[in-house]
Design a binder for this molecule. Structure first.
Ligand code: FE
Ligand code: FE
Ligand code: ZN
Length: 294
């Protein structure tokens, strides 16, 4: 069965129920959300009433909640311990994120490994593992380290770096990986040869560690180290390659999440992209169609 969805909002007054309704409006059967704004750490208390209502609506719609994931805000940087207060702020915030996930019944939390900001990759990797070891094991939530494009001083743009972090984590049961097709392309992994990529992943990390796939096309060529997402089929990875990834048998049970850009920064493309993915047929007029909606 295909688990396909997109990132959706999470608002103060509607919370999980609002996120679910947005996902259902895209005909998605899974979704990803930030528990507040992705770029900051101000968070509202979780309202259990809204969570319960969402859970019952999920049942009605046969949504498998174990496939729904949360994304940690990107200002968390466990790689940087230059300022110990800042480092501990990141650790504490991530700990609170795990608690929020647990309150919501969420099992997987996607995290960007971090940026070394001049400290070098070796220090960064040991800092990330140090931070993760302070919080893992306290909650039944798995942290999925996202593969990064290698923009700036980002850590985690190679499978070897991700593997080194995992090796240093004590609680192996609660650590996994989130693939991002745009980031992998920009990091230099050829997505047109996805099966050989998976073989490589399997020999370095192990396929069972993959807990989520972010499905995005890329605005930039292979190895550009840029990280700019493009709508499905309109970028350098291309529709057929993305379809092969989405329907790859070895990742059948893994949720696929779109993080493609809004059209004109205004119109969500997800309903249209999901329809195109289910039909397995590229629609070159998709962008115009999205513009003309409502
Ligand atoms: Fe991400
Ligand atoms: Fe991503
Ligand atoms: Zn990205």
């Amino acid at each position: 069965m295909l688990f396909i969805g997109s990132h959706v909002g999470f608002k103060k007054d509607s919370q999980l129920l609002g996120s679910l309704k947005e996902a259902l409006s895209y005909q998605a059967n899974t979704f990803m959300f930030y528990t507040g704004a992705p770029q900051n750490t101000s968070r509202y208390p979780i309202q259990d009433g809204l969570t319960l209502e969402a859970l019952s609506l999920m049942k009605d719609n046969e949504i498998d909640y174990s496939k729904v994931v949360v994304h940690a805000p990107y200002i968390i940087n466990l790689a940087n311990d230059k300022d110990p207060d800042k480092f501990m702020f990141s650790v504490r915030f991530l700990q609170e994120e795990l608690e929020r996930c647990e309150l919501l019944g969420i099992k997987s939390l996607v995290l960007h490994p971090g940026s070394h900001v001049g400290l070098g990759v070796d220090n960064a990797i040991s800092n990330i593992a140090k931070g993760l070891n302070m919080i893992l094991g306290t909650h039944d939530v798995t942290i999925l380290l996202e593969t990064m494009a290698g923009k700036g001083t980002e850590v985690g743009s190679s499978l070897e770096e991700i593997k080194r972090i995992i090796d240093l984590v004590d609680d192996k049961e609660h650590i996994g990986v989130c693939l991002d097709t745009c980031h992998l392309n920009d990091a230099g992994y050829d997505m047109s040869k996805f099966d050989s990529f998976l073989d490589q992943f399997d020999s370095i990390i192990g396929i069972s560690k993959i807990g989520c796939v972010h499905v995005n096309d890329s605005k930039n060529p292979l190895g550009a180290h840029k990280d700019r997402h493009e709508n499905i089929g309109f970028g350098t990875i291309g529709f057929d390659n993305l379809i092969s990834i989405i329907y790859n048998k070895r990742l059948e049970d893994v949720p696929k999440i779109l993080e493609t850009p809004y059209v004109d920064r205004e119109y969500a493309p997800y309903k249209y992209e999901i329809e195109m993915i289910r039909n397995k047929k590229f629609d070159s007029h998709l962008i115009e169609k999205i513009r003309e909606q409502d």
